[in-house]
Design a protein around this ligand. Sequence first.
Ligand code: SAH
Length: 270
Amino acid sequence: MACPESMKVRPKKHLGQHFLRDLDASKRIADLLSGHENYDTVLEIGPGMGVLTQFILPKSEYSTYVIEIDRESVAYLKVNFPTLEGRIIEGDFLRMDLKAWIESVSPRPSFAIIGNYPYNISSQILFKALEYKDFVPEIVGMFQKEVAMRIASPPGKKDYGILSVLLQAYYDIEYSFSVPPEAFDPPPKVTSGVIRLRRNTVTQLECDEKKFVQVVKAGFNQRRKTLRNALKPMGIQFDHPLLDKRAEQLGVAEFVLLTNLVTAPAPVVE
Ligand code: SAH
């Protein structure tokens, strides 16, 4: 997009602004959108100056919306992407009521999330997407490589953690490619990684799902301990060989089993 230097958005560190310069990487990210489960709406988080947006917009099978917290970027997008008219949401993704939004823009409550995400809030973005998992069949985009690897990691690896288990319970996850710091302006300190998450067929885990989250968190918060010790405060109802293992050794199905061994009922969360 040709634009005089003076018109460009000044990168703000507190908003995690690292603008992607590599157009090839940008196109590859957009092309990861697969239409999984036939969504027709796409929400891009943090479009900045639209380097990724420009490759999503020509995909006419989707109606593309963007949410951007930075006023200066919003002003830039309005000038440079007139076709986005009415589809630029100015605000904080973390505060967005995604259900109310999708119901107001489409008769089908289903959409993909895409972005070269603000890395300072990566985990919060993913926890929020999980909250709305039944509306979100596909999540595509770039995180710091460490987070991307963590999410995609199989059990037994040191990267494997809370977000890996919680996301893998509901999504099939593929690590796609890495992007070096020089591909951004300004360059971040870390390498970046692109992943795609596609909703699997699990509608309901075969255990109390709130308790499942607590068991996963309790297990990893004391990851050096055996699960027998890490879960003791939650009350163990039956003994089982899985309790001799550590959290990082267990896959989703084993955490489900473990959840059914624990007594403490999940507290009511409003
Ligand atoms: N996608 C652009 C910009 C990436 S930088 C590119 O690839 O060049 C991350 C972007 O997320 C910035 O534009 C920043 O302003 C925006 N952002 C940061 N926090 C946000 C939030 N809570 N909600 C929406 N956008 C946010």
